[in-house]
Design a protein around this ligand. Structure first.
Ligand SMILES: O=P(O)(O)OC[C@H]1O[C@H](OP(=O)(O)OP(=O)(O)O)[C@H](O)[C@@H]1O
Ligand code: HPA
Ligand SMILES: [Mg+2]
Length: 174
């Protein structure tokens, strides 16, 4: 496995992102939402950098990938526990690739919930593979077109436990 982003690279960037996101939250109430499963590690590390005392967390889950390919059908398999009303909402993603997942998630929040403002934080952005025009507000790293795993990201559910982000060159690797 080729290492693409080390634990230290990730930690340093999250400290910077935390400061940017704190400035946006200001003194307002915020609901931070992890889109599972991929974002669980980033989410845990990011929110512990945030200083707000008006911060709550919740989780949604989506599914669309088989192997290295998006099926094109994004299913929301878990929603928030409560309706989000009149507060800032931060969606936390591990990666924006084709943009299909983020598009579905934002549409879901704007139709089923009513936050005062929505922003998106993603650890990784792969703009070369976009199928829909989507842009996150807070981006950790803009990456090239390669299938990455680790730090929450999977290939057929494996590799999520790696503490770094690696490039899976050969899908026969495991
Ligand atoms: O921009 P896209 O091309 O839609 O890809 C990005 C999404 O795909 C992955 O989720 P996946 O569907 O694999 O579920 P998982 O988080 O459980 O791995 C990843 O965690 C993002 O949520
Ligand atoms: O590069 C990726 N790696 C893992 N999961 C993903 N989901 C979308 N893109 C990726
Ligand atoms: Mg996945």
């Amino acid at each position: 496995m080729e290492v693409y982003l080390t634990e230290q690279d990730i930690r340093h960037r999250i400290e910077e992102l935390g400061r940017e996101i704190d400035a946006w939250i200001s003194d307002d109430e915020v609901l931070c939402v992890a889109n599972l499963k991929g974002s669980f590690m980033f989410f845990a590390d990011l929110i512990r950098r945030l200083k707000s005392s008006h911060l709550r967390v919740d989780f949604i889950a989506t599914e669309s990938y088989v192997g290295t390919q998006s099926s094109g059908q994004v299913r929301i398999i878990k929603d928030l526990q409560q309706v989000c009303r009149g507060q800032k909402l931060l969606v936390v993603e591990d990666i924006v690739d084709t943009g299909l997942t983020l598009s579905k998630v934002l549409e879901h929040f704007s139709t089923m919930h009513c936050p005062s403002e929505i922003k998106v934080a993603t650890l990784l952005d792969k703009p070369s593979r976009r199928k829909v025009n989507m842009q996150a507000d807070f981006v950790g790293f803009t990456i090239d077109d390669a299938f990455v795993v680790g730090y929450g990201l999977d290939y057929n559910e494996y590799y999520r436990n790696l503490p770094y982000i690696g490039i899976l060159r050969n899908t026969e690797e495991r």
